[in-house]
Design a binder for this molecule. Structure first.
Ligand code: ADP
Ligand code: ZN
Ligand code: ZN
Length: 744
């Protein structure tokens, strides 16, 4: 008796492990581990990835069969499969979801139908009478020429065409095969102007001594194929990108390949231009805003070994690059490396794990590294290289902090900012107006002394609830009454800060009608290509003022910006997040770095109600190390990363009481198991999440803190498994975020 061939398929649903399916006869010789397949599950069709093939005695259990293959060859390499297993384990995410996040779209395959056995005239008559659409299919195919699914779809207007085709196939009238869509010959994802030879070596700049030191330090690891992580700490414009390019060049020359991660899709065109100038057409761009077909083609090119350098945002860390020599993570501190939905991975950390498996080198670059990365560098776990000066020799911009408490020229502009703008306009420079808008901003501030009330246990700012008029800590649940007069200075001039400052553009239009002003934010750049157009207009100077949020703070190399005004620095200071100080330092330093990059001196004006905030002094002094020292003292005392590890658990439910009781059950179980494990495990909370209700779903959260070395993922997995079923009300969702970056 022959055994049946089976496949273990990881499907993107919240289950542990894989599901077993029968491999149908027509796939027996085709199917390989790493290919995607379409499988039935609970009445639906899902696409999953084959992670193993096996055999078992037929009839041993009732198994469903794979419907069809979605790829013509494996798209998940063995190395990526191992990486997926690690991600699934560490971030507590279903393997199928991880693999789905890794995979390219399967737009490259199409089903082609042809007539197999034409119906007799009588059969045709019956079919026509009962199912006209089925008859149409048969008529279209009657000439013997195969037709793709899309063609049939266009000509036959029924909802359930796919089911009908399956049915006709089962009855033996038609047959289908799956074929690869033709690879269009045009290249995608390349900068215009093909310099296939790459830039002549002679015309590359001579490295500065500190660039050379980084190259000499990191290079030997590359040559030895040994894993290592290095942190490149360099102010903006100090030549980090040049170091990345040299290292990648060195890797490529010895037959290896590179992945170059950037935080924002908006940054990829300019990086891509520099990369393809250097490496010719053996580069590819990979990010989620490409069309499916573009991503598919790029993925295939990489699998075919035609690509030496992959440039991309977060998910490019999964590019199926063989022979990986180096991964560059530019702006390593950027929170967009962390995915905010399952699998909640951090591409920077995944890059490190991937490189370890591949014997590759990782270079993390930033002017404002995370406290965690710099800490590891000081401990000697990472190499540390510094580029202390701007290449242009230009000085760092002068940073002025303006105290808004003394009353401004208007609601959003101080006299000093207005004067600075006027001077800049007079000198024909460009101006960036930065709105620090991201995040959650319901807080209370004294207009006279700048006080923002904070939790005495967690140090995060308290969130104001206008309904109950109370102030609440969203980590531990501590609550105090809202106040009418400031507890510090007695002023009754209290500011309730809500969302959004939209007045800046109007302000500019009113006071500086002669200059062109554009806005750069998600709304203005959602359309494909519009971000690029806006940026190039600004680079070329046709737009004089640019108003924007976070997105203008990142990496752009504008040469004519003389002035940056930070309209409202306080929003990030008052995030209900222990990283508020770090975020403030990073964002203000980054945005300040946009000023004075060319040969004009830069000036930065930061407007704030809280000029004493510890981050500001270090921004003014361009002093990352000073900031690090002060910030780590706080982190150590309160047991926050890097001195502890965190897992955040968000419990969501359509009923408030369900969310609360489930969160309490999770917290109880975690405390109990944490005690048993004997490690240093703290459970903080539960409490209402800062965003306590989204789309009619109530949210509670809690935080589990463990020692830096503790296996806290393991503990949380155990907690989820042992949660007493009875304790969990229906329709409760539990989201686990390991190493959370966002706490709202
Ligand atoms: P960063 O990535 O740190 O912002 P870049 O690598 O973009 O800095 O360098 C800033 C500018 O200086 C770029 O225009 C770059 O071409 C140029 N540059 C980099 N290294 C050198 C060098 N050693 N000599 C001359 N110019 C350089
Ligand atoms: Zn006060
Ligand atoms: Zn608290």
């Amino acid at each position: 008796m022959t055994e049946a061939l089976t496949a273990e398929v990881a499907v993107p649903v919240p289950i542990d492990g894989t599901l077993t399916y029968l491999v149908p006869a027509d796939l027996r010789d085709v199917l390989e581990v790493g290919m995607r397949v379409v499988v039935p599950l609970r009445g639906k069709l899902l696409t999953g990835v084959v992670v193993a093939l096996g055999r078992e005695a037929p009839g041993k259990r009732k198994l469903k069969a794979i419907r069809e293959a979605a790829d013509e060859r494996p798209v998940i390499t063995p190395q990526l499969r191992r990486l997926a297993a690690w991600i699934s384990d560490y971030y507590i995410a279903p393997l199928g979801e991880v693999l789905a996040a890794m995979s390219p779209p399967s737009a490259g395959l199409r089903r082609v139908y042809s007539l197999k056995a034409p119906p007799t005239d009588l059969e045709m008559e019956i079919i026509r009478a009962s199912d006209p659409a089925d008859a149409e299919v048969l008529e279209i195919l009657a000439d013997g020429r195969p037709r793709g699914y899309a063609t049939l779809r266009r000509r036959i207007d029924v909802r359930d065409l796919r089911d009908r085709l399956d049915h006709l196939e089962k009855e033996g009238y038609i047959a289908h095969r799956v074929e690869a869509q033709k690879r269009r010959s045009g290249r995608v994802g390349q900068a215009p102007g093909d310099l296939s030879g790459g830039l002549a070596e002679a015309s590359r700049p001579v490295l500065t001594p500190s660039q050379q030191a980084a190259l000499d330090g990191i290079g030997p690891d590359l040559d030895r194929d040994s894993f290592g992580v290095s942190l490149l700490l360099g102010v903006t414009g100090s030549g980090k990108t040049e170091v990345y390019l040299r290292l990648m060049d060195r890797a490529i020359k010895s037959g290896k390949r590179a992945i170059y991660l950037v935080p924002e899709i908006g940054l990829t065109p300019q990086i891509m231009a520099r990369v393809s100038e250097r490496f010719g057409d053996r580069c590819a761009l990979l990010h989620s805003r490409l069309t499916k077909a573009q991503r598919y083609i790029t993925w295939q090119r990489i699998l075919d070994g035609e690509v030496d350098v992959v440039v991309g945002a977060r998910s490019a860390v999964f590019a199926p690059v063989e022979n990986l020599g180096i991964v560059v993570v530019d702006e390593e501190h950027d929170t967009s490396y962390k995915q905010q939905e399952s699998p909640r991975y951090n591409a920077r950390d995944v890059a490190i794990v991937r490189a370890k498996g591949a014997g590759a080198v990782v270079v993390l670059g930033s002017a404002t590294p995370t406290i965690e990365s710099y800490h590891k560098a000081l401990e000697g776990k990472y190499g540390l290289y510094e580029l202390p000066e701007r290449i242009s020799g230009g000085t760092l911009p002068e940073v002025r902090v303006v105290d808004m408490r003394s009353g401004g020229a208007s609601d959003s502009f101080s006299k000093e900012a207005e004067e600075a703008v006027r001077q800049s306009v007079g000198r024909e420079e460009q101006v960036l107006l930065f709105l620090n808008r991201r995040g959650f901003s319901n807080y209370v501030q004294c207009r006279d002394c700048g006080l923002v009330p904070r939790c005495r246990f967690c140090y995060v700012s308290l969130t104001y609830h206008s309904g109950r008029k109370d102030l609440r800590c969203h980590y531990c649940g501590y609550t105090e009454r809202g106040f009418e007069v400031c507890p510090k200075c007695g002023s009754a001039n209290i500011l309730y800060i809500g969302h959004g400052t939209q007045r800046v553009e109007d302000y500019v239009a009113e006071h500086f009608p002669e200059v062109t002003c554009a806005r750069f934010d998600r709304d203005a750049t959602r359309r494909k290509g519009s971000a690029e157009t806006l940026l190039s207009d600004f680079s070329e100077g046709t737009v004089r003022f640019l108003v924007g949020t976070q997105m203008i703070a990142k990496g752009h190399d504008f040469k004519r910006v003389g002035l940056v005004v930070v309209v409202n620095a306080d929003v990030s200071m008052n995030l209900p997040d222990f990283r508020a100080g770090e975020r403030t330092f990073q964002i203000l330093t980054q945005v300040a770095g946009r000023a004075g990059r060319g040969d004009i001196p830069g000036k930065v004006v930061i407007q704030t109600f809280n000029p004493e905030h510890h981050s500001l002094a270090y921004v003014t002094g361009h002093d990352f190390k000073g900031f690090y020292v002060e910030e780590t003292a706080m982190r150590q005392e309160l047991r926050y990363p890097p001195f502890a590890r965190l897992v955040r658990i968000v419990v969501e439910a359509p009923r408030y009481a369900s969310a609360e009781s489930a969160a309490r059950a999770v917290a109880r179980t975690a405390s109990r198991l944490g005690e048993k494990a004997g490690g240093k495990i703290d459970v903080v909370g539960p409490s209402r999440a800062p965003l306590s209700k989204i789309k009619n779903v109530y949210r509670w959260h809690l935080m589990i803190k463990g020692d830096a070395g503790a296996n806290i993922s393991g503990l949380v997995r155990k907690v989820l498994r042992t949660l007493p079923e009875g304790d969990l009300p229906e329709r409760v969702r539990i989201n686990v975020d390991v190493d959370p970056q966002v706490m709202i």
